[in-house]
Design a protein around this ligand. Structure first.
Ligand SMILES: Cc1cc2nc3c(=O)[nH]c(=O)nc-3n(C[C@H](O)[C@H](O)[C@H](O)COP(=O)(O)OP(=O)(O)OC[C@H]3O[C@@H](n4cnc5c(N)ncnc54)[C@H](O)[C@@H]3O)c2cc1C
Length: 453
């Protein structure tokens, strides 16, 4: 057993030997009984089997980029950072098998080398593949599902340490595959994943500043105005930043390095961080903060490799809650949030983000059976957020909102179960693969409830 996680794992405190593991946002922490960095599936199986026999709990952590304590444990913690290889590539079918600890940025580079790409990505690329799919991490795009929808095969280690495989072939365990793609790590340690990739593509990114009311006046038109459309709106501002990414065959026209540093590092991180810090100290400045952030957002027009357009560096720490609701409800919900922020004792210092994603058939996926309009609210770390997030959640409840599994929310099994028509398909597999609750932790107890045979 190793006692320290090494870079690039985000649980930095371990390196200082404190024994504390923290997530990226540093709002969650735990002190595991043991930290393991296995190098193959048999090692994983041995660790889980031994822990299970001794009655210890086990969790896996990816990049620690969830805002919830989903990966936290005082039992045994597994980091699959050493299981980060590409196992096989089938260029003809676009199917790529990877070890589950690989980070998205490494995956993207490996895929680009063989002329492939992920069909869609979120706005950062540091997550592990297993962590990203386990919480149904998504990007934006009508007709494009979350990352878990690209999974066509998996290898897992169950609660007793058994290695199981599932895939979409005629003799594969399709029922398990359908369920295991979004599991919050409750079904097993994911050790290998086969992804259905697409031919590499470029994106033409067009970023503009527009009036929020105009964009919201026809949300379907906005969602369909690009292959990947999203907006960022600072509460209090009249205008918002709209990002439209169009697939293109035109040659790459990347942003010059200096301009990239100016926009992404200085503008979106250094400058924005300073503004947030001032807003946290002097909350009455919030309206001016909103205007400043909106007016300093740059209009951009460039063409680059898809993953380079999707992902941006994020160094200003924040907390986030994100809800998927029916797309048609988005304008009304945004309007209600607009009204409520005016009544908050402490204003939001971070923008609201609106995205869309396609429906799927994964029982615990936030996209199960419906196209989602996504509304994400953020708050600068250290500034009060509970009243804001709870008030927004109450609005989302009116639209049968489903919270992102990796982001903050205040729901429990009783409020979540009715929002997932095939909830039992998941709990049945959980009872089969982890009958003794080896993968339980307090967060799973809250959102998934007890394991029922
Ligand atoms: C700055 C920032 C930006 C973000 N942007 C987006 C975005 O654009 N879109 C979006 O949808 N989300 C976004 N997220 C949320 C993020 O994608 C998810 O929380 C994701 O799950 C994090 O992946 P991770 O590798 O850090 O996993 P962790 O947070 O470490 O773990 C997540 C879950 O996966 C489980 N897990 C991890 N590895 C394994 C394994 N090998 N086997 C079984 N279970 C495992 C953990 O136990 C836990 O339950 C963002 C988060 C941050 C902090």
């Amino acid at each position: 057993m190793s006692t320290a996680l090494q870079p690039p794992c985000s649980v930095r405190a371990m390196r200082r030997g404190t024994g504390i593991v923290r997530n990226w946002a540093r709002n969650e922490a735990c002190v595991p009984a043991g930290i393991h960095r296995p190098t193959d599936v048999h090692e994983v199986a041995g660790i889980v089997g031994a822990a299970s026999a001794a009655g210890r709990r086990v969790r896996a952590i990816g990049a620690g980029h969830s805002f919830t304590p989903a990966a936290m444990t005082n039992g045994d913690l597994l980091s699959l950072d050493r299981m980060d290889r590409v196992v096989s590539v089938d260029r003809a079918t676009g199917r790529v098998t990877v070890q589950a600890g690989i980070r998205l940025h490494d995956l993207n580079d490996r895929l680009a080398e063989v002329g492939l790409a992920m069909p869609n990505l979120g706005d950062i690329d540091v997550q592990s593949v297993a962590g990203a799919i386990s919480t149904a991490t998504h990007g934006t795009g009508l007709g494009l599902g979350n990352l878990a929808t690209t999974v066509v095969g998996m290898e897992l280690v169950t609660g007793s340490g058994e290695i199981v495989r599932c895939d979409d072939s005629a003799d594969g365990d399709r029922d398990l595959l359908r369920v295991a793609r979004v599991s919050l790590g409750a079904l097993g340690i994911v050790t290998e994943v086969t992804l259905q990739c697409v031919p590499a593509f470029r994106l033409h990114a067009v970023e503009t500043i527009e009036v929020l009311d105009d964009v919201m006046s026809d949300v379907h038109a906005f969602a369909g105005s690009a292959d990947h459309a999203e907006l960022y709106w600072m509460p209090g501002a009249r205008r918002c930043q709209v990002k439209r990414n169009h697939r293109t065959d035109e040659p790459a026209r990347p942003q010059p390095r200096l301009a990239y540093v100016r926009d992404k590092w200085i503008g979106e991180n250094l400058g924005f961080g300073l503004i947030c810090r001032a807003g946290r100290r002097f909350p009455s400045m919030a309206p001016r903060v909103a205007k400043l952030v909106t007016s300093s957002a740059a209009e951009r027009d460039l063409i680059d490799r898809s993953d380079r357009i999707f992902a941006s560096p994020r160094h200003v720490k924040f907390l986030e809650m994100e809800y998927g609701i029916p797309v048609e409800a988005v304008p009304e919900a945004v309007g209600r949030i607009r009204t409520l922020v005016g009544d908050l004792a402490f204003p939001p210092l971070f923008p609201i983000e609106v995205r869309v994603s396609a429906a799927d058939d994964i029982p615990l996926s936030t996209g199960y059976g419906r196209t989602n309009g996504w509304i994400a609210v953020h708050q600068y770390r250290g500034a009060p957020y509970e009243a804001y997030f709870q008030a927004v959640e109450a609005i989302m409840d009116d639209y049968e909102g489903r919270p992102h599994w990796g982001k903050l929310h205040f729901q429990s099994v009783d409020t979540l179960r009715p929002r997932y028509p095939e909830w039992e398909a998941f709990t049945d597999q959980r009872a089969r693969l982890d009958p003794d609750g080896t993968f339980r932790n307090p967060y799973l107890d809250r959102v998934l409830g007890p394991i029922t045979p």
